[in-house]
Design a protein around this ligand. Structure first.
Ligand SMILES: C[S@@+](CC[C@H](N)C(=O)[O-])C[C@H]1O[C@@H](n2cnc3c(N)ncnc32)[C@H](O)[C@@H]1O
Length: 214
């Protein structure tokens, strides 16, 4: 299997002027469809509380609202991302979506008890931070344990980490439920995925990572 970072390099070499935005657009669309299909397939109740971690432009939340989900929250630590997602929400007439500027690495007390947490590219962004990336990844897992209910679902889409790496990052507190199929490609006789999409479930018991870090 090719490693994700090799894949990213490969993508760069394949990029042609004007095509990279299209590739990113397709990545976003495919990821949203994959997430919504999983929720529908598992008949996740439409009133489940859903948190989009690092919502960016908020489009995933709008698509979830169009699919019937009614209890949607998006956070992003960037005020301009939240301003943009507010505009998208307004344009789409989805005033019931809650949006908030929040740093997921220091979540407020009111950010808790979610049935579902979704991450599309945010763990990647956080874990590539040059300043203590490993510490930030640990803090991310700790925050996730705080905001997600025991037995709640965590859906992560990453273009930076392999399945094995993600299993290792989230081993404390989370169990893998499913790997979602993502496009495969062959390069130099080897097969790789450009994207990893996993569904975790929070363990019933309080994870010891909270004791260690509190
Ligand atoms: C790669 S973008 C993905 C955006 C969106 N999820 C999507 O799929 O289009 C990562 C997002 O995470 C946000 N982000 C990064 N670190 C964050 C943090 N500590 N807390 C909250 N949001 C964060 C960024 O502002 C950015 O909007």
């Amino acid at each position: 299997m090719l490693h994700m970072r090799e894949n990213c390099k490969l993508f760069k070499t394949l990029e042609m002027p004007g095509k990279s935005a299209l590739v990113l657009h397709r990545f976003g669309e495919e990821s949203m469809v994959r997430i919504i299909r999983w929720l529908e397939k598992h008949e996740v109740p439409l009133d489940s509380s859903v948190l989009d971690i690092g919502t960016g432009n908020g489009v995933l939340l709008v698509e979830l609202a169009k699919s019937g989900y009614v209890n949607l929250t998006g956070i992003d630590y960037s005020p301009s991302a939240i301003q943009l997602s507010e505009k998208v929400r307004e344009k789409e007439g989805m005033s019931n979506i809650k949006l908030k500027v929040e740093d997921f690495l220091a979540p407020s007390a009111e950010l808790s008890g979610f049935d579902i947490c979704i991450d599309k590219g945010t763990f990647d962004a956080i874990s590539l931070n040059p300043d203590d990336a490993a510490g930030k990844r640990r803090q991310y897992v700790r925050s996730l344990c705080r905001v997600l209910k025991p037995q709640g679902f965590f859906l992560i889409t990453s273009c930076n980490w392999t399945k094995e790496e993600l299993l290792d990052e989230f081993r404390e507190g989370f169990e893998i439920l499913e790997e979602l199929p993502t496009p495969k490609f062959c390069f130099g006789g080897r097969i790789g995925n450009s994207v990893t999409a996993l569904v975790f479930q929070r363990k019933k018991t309080r994870p010891s990572i909270l004791d260690k870090l509190d």
